[in-house]
Write a protein that binds this ligand. Structure first.
Ligand code: ASP
Ligand code: MG
Length: 601
């Protein structure tokens, strides 16, 4: 007999008929002898309708009253679902978030779960009842009993948190799609169902997967090792398994708050190669990394920041034993990469034979604007200058002077309260994992370049700290290679992408900050798209980045920015070419082929 948490989304409980159909499914599981906890969302579009109602009264509703209002949607569903189960002769009881003991922080409309008191839940289960819990809501603490909600889409988070707390043997997320697809089917008609995906991949694909599964739910699954599956409410198909890594047991106190960062990673065996002033036109990155790939040179980080005039800088790191070869490829190819054929000035190759990469990794980096800033602040507090920055949803990596690596590790472990030993990154691919699992397109971002930031410790820290204080979540951060001396100071550009909705506020913040940090212009581009491929198996597969760049080149698409993590490659391209880029990449990586059943773990 197993303990099973099942979550049904809004469409799955969108009408009386659907509630009855879902009740059948729950009933079968309960009759098979399992203990069943059901989490439901509000019916259909109820939550949106409630939001509309509020806005008919005021454009600035109080956040507390919003929670009071929105939490009613789920309360309707739990009562109806219990009644439907009763009709089938199954004992069931509905409980609100407060009744089930979901205690959250007092942050209305976006509360994080602090702890779950499962005693009451357990008592009902022991009596053989199905417990139907209202998703998306909790209560602030036992003294002031404020009703809170977890943020839109938060019922998934309720389900996985309950599964972690019980603990349950499995958590099943039932939805109106068959599982997680290799790309958004609205853009890619032959997107395929994935049989499995790791939590890290899922988080890196947030812009693809977030509609199907709330990223905070994935964080909890990853941190607590909850076996998770996403499947259709209407078929018996197995859906997509979301695999969590082997995990160290964690306390349930502060459930969603503890340690946004769970590892400090480093690699001292790195060298840096930069090509300055290559042409800003389609095909440049493809030629460069195509040649690197043909020589079987395994590159690690790749970064291309915003262009300057008609040229770009591209930098990458390689293992030190590869440096000689990478350097000669770079020199050989530099002449053909020049900005214009008639331009006499060739791309310049710049090499640093000994750098180190330090990074922080953890499921809590996405959506917490302060984490990257804390890393930069920590490094600057011990006088470390950051040479390259590359960020992704679950990682922030910085390239620094090799001699400062130990100091960096020490201060990062201290800052993020990690006593466990730092992880040396391995270059061994995860054998059974595909190099590319899925592709995503994010059209909701804008890019922002800060030109001429003084090249000394603390500058990135200052900028991202200030943005974080305003609650602005930056996404991909890239620091350029080119260093120019202006007003007697060496300077570099820092560019990043951020949600378009935050752009104006970010511009205002940066306008204020310009007097303290003394940088030049701030360049904005709203018309961008970010395309990414993700796969745990790309570690140690030199060809993946090259292939992505060459696919974009042969579709005539110019790459504006590049940023990579170990398991992700992202390119910023023109907004108008986003869908075309996604389609081309999806096809090129054979993601349109039905996936083989993967090996189970
Ligand atoms: N009903 C809430 C929403 O629409 C929570 C959920 O469905 O997950 O956002
Ligand atoms: Mg949802």
């Amino acid at each position: 007999m197993a303990v099973i948490v099942q979550k049904y989304g809004g469409t799955s409980v969108g009408s009386v008929e659907r509630i009855q159909a879902v009740a059948q499914r729950i009933d079968q599981t309960a009759r098979a002898g399992h203990s069943v906890v059901v989490v439901v969302s509000a019916m259909g579009k109820t939550t949106n309708q409630l939001v509309d109602l509020a806005h008919q009264i005021t454009s600035t509703p109080s956040r507390r009253e919003m929670d009071m209002l929105l939490s009613t949607g789920e309360q309707v569903s739990i009562a109806l679902m219990s009644m439907a189960l009763h009709e089938l002769g199954t004992e069931a009881v509905s409980l609100t978030g407060a009744q089930v003991g979901i205690v959250t922080e007092a942050e209305h409309t976006r509360a994080r779960i602090l702890q779950i008191d499962t005693q009451r839940l357990q008592q009902h289960l022991d009596k053989g009842k199905v417990v139907v819990v209202a998703g998306f809501q909790g209560v602030s603490d036992r003294d002031n009993l404020e009703i809170t909600t977890l943020g839109r889409g938060g019922s998934d988070t309720t389900a996985v948190a309950l599964a972690a707390a019980l603990p349950a043997d499995t958590c099943e997320i039932y939805t109106d799609v068959p599982g997680i697809l290799t790309a958004d089917p609205r853009h890619v008609s032959d997107a395929q169902l994935m049989s499995e995906i790791t939590c890290d991949e899922m988080l890196e694909l947030a812009s693809l997967g977030a509609k199907v599964l709330h990223p905070r739910a994935v964080e909890i699954a990853r941190n607590y090792g909850v076996p998770l599956v996403v499947r259709s409410s209407w078929t018996e198909d197995p859906g997509t398994k979301v695999i969590s890594p082997a995990h160290t047991p964690r306390v349930l106190q502060g459930l969603e708050l503890v340690h946004p960062v769970d590892a400090v990673e480093f690699d001292t065996d790195q060298a840096k190669v930069a090509l300055l002033r290559v042409g800003d036109r389609p095909g440049i990155a493809a030629r460069m990394f195509g040649e690197i790939g043909r020589q079987e040179i395994d590159v690690d980080l790749i970064i291309q920041s915003i262009h300057e005039g008609n040229t770009n800088d591209i930098a990458f790191t390689v293992g030190q034993e590869m440096l000689k070869r990478a350097e000669s490829v770079a020199h050989a190819i530099a002449p053909v990469l020049r900005s214009e054929p008639q331009n006499s000035q060739e791309a310049e190759v710049m090499v640093d034979p000994q750098v180190a990469k330090v990074g922080i990794a953890g499921a809590g980096i996405i959506g917490r604007p302060g984490v990257a800033a804390r890393m930069f602040t920590a490094l600057s507090s011990v006088g470390i200058n950051i040479q390259m920055i590359s960020t992704s949803e679950v990682k922030v990596s910085c390239v620094i002077d090799a001699e400062q690596c130990d100091r960096a590790i020490e201060v990062l472990c201290e800052t993020f309260e990690l006593d466990s030993s730092p992880v040396a990154l391995s270059h061994v691919p995860m054998q059974e994992q595909p190099a590319v699992r899925g592709a995503a397109l994010d059209m909701k971002q804008a890019s922002l370049g800060i030109i001429g930031v003084p090249d000394r410790p603390g500058m990135a820290a200052k900028i991202f700290q200030t943005l974080a204080e305003k609650g602005i979540c930056v996404d991909t951060i890239i620091q350029s290679q080119r260093c120019r001396v202006v007003d007697g100071l060496p300077r570099r550009d820092i560019a990043f992408t951020l949600p378009e909705a935050d752009l104006e506020e970010a511009q205002a913040v940066l306008a204020d900050l310009a007097s303290t940090v003394a940088y030049g212009e701030v360049v904005v581009n709203r018309a961008i798209a970010k395309v990414s491929v993700v796969g745990s198996g790309m570690v140690g597969h030199p060809g993946v980045a090259a292939k992505m760049f060459s696919v974009l080149a042969s579709s005539g698409i110019n790459i504006q920015m590049i940023s990579t993590s170990e398991i992700k490659i992202s390119c910023v391209v023109d907004a108008e070419q986003g869908v075309k880029a996604l389609q081309a990449i999806h096809a090129a990586f054979n993601l349109s082929q039905p996936q083989q059943m993967a090996v189970s773990h």
